[in-house]
Design a protein around this ligand. Structure first.
Ligand SMILES: NC(=O)C1=CN([C@@H]2O[C@H](COP(=O)(O)OP(=O)(O)OC[C@H]3O[C@@H](n4cnc5c(N)ncnc54)[C@H](OP(=O)(O)O)[C@@H]3O)[C@@H](O)[C@H]2O)C=CC1
Ligand SMILES: O=CC(=O)O
Length: 323
């Protein structure tokens, strides 16, 4: 079947070319959803595939032929799942295949924040190694410290595995439900959120963004943390209150932060986070390796084609439409 496929934001080239060989495909870059070209194509689209398009009632009302929205990401906070289900439109994501890649990056963020790697890289590159490197530039140890993981799902557990077996870290975690297998495997202790915040040396947030998790870490939570704590956010920017993180960092309520995600992405250049030496920023690159991005695009295309062919996609989010 030759169908109209709207590609938004990102899809790896080989997958895009493959789709083009079988369908009428139009690619739209980020933030193009208010253009007449986007609206015209949306009105005939059978399927949408891509990253971070805000899919809500307003958009869906302009897409009468739509059968499926296939996210090239595991997080799907960009999708109004209720609005999709009400219109019998399938929604899919790409869980699992990116888990190890994101966990590697989270460990990288923990290490580079604790050991101040981006800051010290600048010393070497600007010729200041000999004159200006003193104990003021020491970092803090990661090994044998307490890592508090908030959101002990696929990625949370992959982080726990690396931290426990690779870095001899003691694992504390907080989750909606107890994860007894993970407790046994990584010798992980389940704690209430406040207790974890008070106990951990490193706190890594890796929950989905939902109504429940939005703003879950703010002023009160930063004040509960140790002054020596390092806070890592790999989930979504809106799970924390960013202005209150900035205040906590400036007031010395926590030691440092490593951030892959932000309230508003791309991060604006006048954001105060960029002026703080004790902050490491990354441009939302949790899954951004050649291997993993390609696998995610391929899986998203499998989901898309299945939905378009009237088959159940392997990663259907709104199972209620499948009846
Ligand atoms: N920075 C990046 O590039 C990336 C970011 N992500 C983010 O990571 C998220 C997690 O991915 P993944 O591990 O695959 O997802 P999972 O669904 O496997 O894990 C999410 C975990 O969070 C827990 N959780 C949900 N709500 C709460 C809450 N209110 N309080 C405590 N715990 C909660 C869940 O608990 P329960 O099991 O009880 O439901 C679950 O264990 C994604 O949704 C995405 O937002 C993902 C990939 C890359
Ligand atoms: O942020 C990335 C994702 O896959 O979710």
């Amino acid at each position: 079947m030759y169908l109209n496929i709207l590609v938004y934001g990102r899809l790896e080239k080989p997958v895009l070319e493959d789709l083009k060989s079988r369908h009428h495909v139009k690619f739209f870059k980020d933030n193009s959803e208010n253009t007449p070209e986007f609206r015209d194509f949306l009105s005939i689209a059978d399927g949408i595939i891509g990253l971070s398009l805000q899919v809500n009632s307003e958009l869906l009302d302009q897409a009468p032929n739509l059968k499926i929205v296939s996210n090239v990401s595991v997080g799907y906070n960009n999708l109004d799942v209720k609005a999709l289900s009400e219109r019998n439109v399938m929604a899919t994501n790409t869980p699992g295949i990116l888990t190890d890649t994101v966990a590697d990056m989270a460990m990288g963020l923990i290490l580079s924040t604790a050991r101040r790697m981006p800051e010290l890289d600048q010393y070497v590159k600007s010729g200041q190694w000999l004159d200006n490197l003193t104990e003021e530039h020491y970092g803090v140890d990661v090994h044998h410290k307490k890592l508090g993981i908030i959101g002990m799902g696929r990625i949370g557990q992959a982080i726990a595995k690396r931290a426990h077996f690779g870095f001899d870290m003691e694992i504390l975690y907080h989750n909606r439900t107890r994860k007894e297998d993970a407790e046994k495997e990584y010798d992980a202790a389940y704690l209430a959120l406040d207790e974890l915040l008070q106990e951990a040396d490193f706190i890594c947030l890796i929950t989905p963004l939902t109504k429940e998790t939005e703003g879950m870490i703010g002023k009160r939570e930063f004040q509960l943390m140790k002054k020596s704590a390092i806070f890592i956010n790999v989930s979504r920017g809106k799970t924390i209150v960013e202005t209150e993180l900035i205040e906590a960092l400036k007031a010395g309520e926590i030691l440092a932060a490593g951030l892959d995600v932000f309230e508003k992405e791309p991060l604006e250049l006048d954001n105060e986070l960029l002026t703080l030496k004790n902050v490491v920023t990354l441009p939302h690159i949790g899954s951004s390796t050649y291997e993993t991005e390609l696998q995610m695009s391929k899986l998203a295309a499998v989901n898309l084609e299945a939905g378009l062919n009237g088959e159940k996609p392997p990663n259907l989010i709104n199972a209620e439409v499948w009846n």
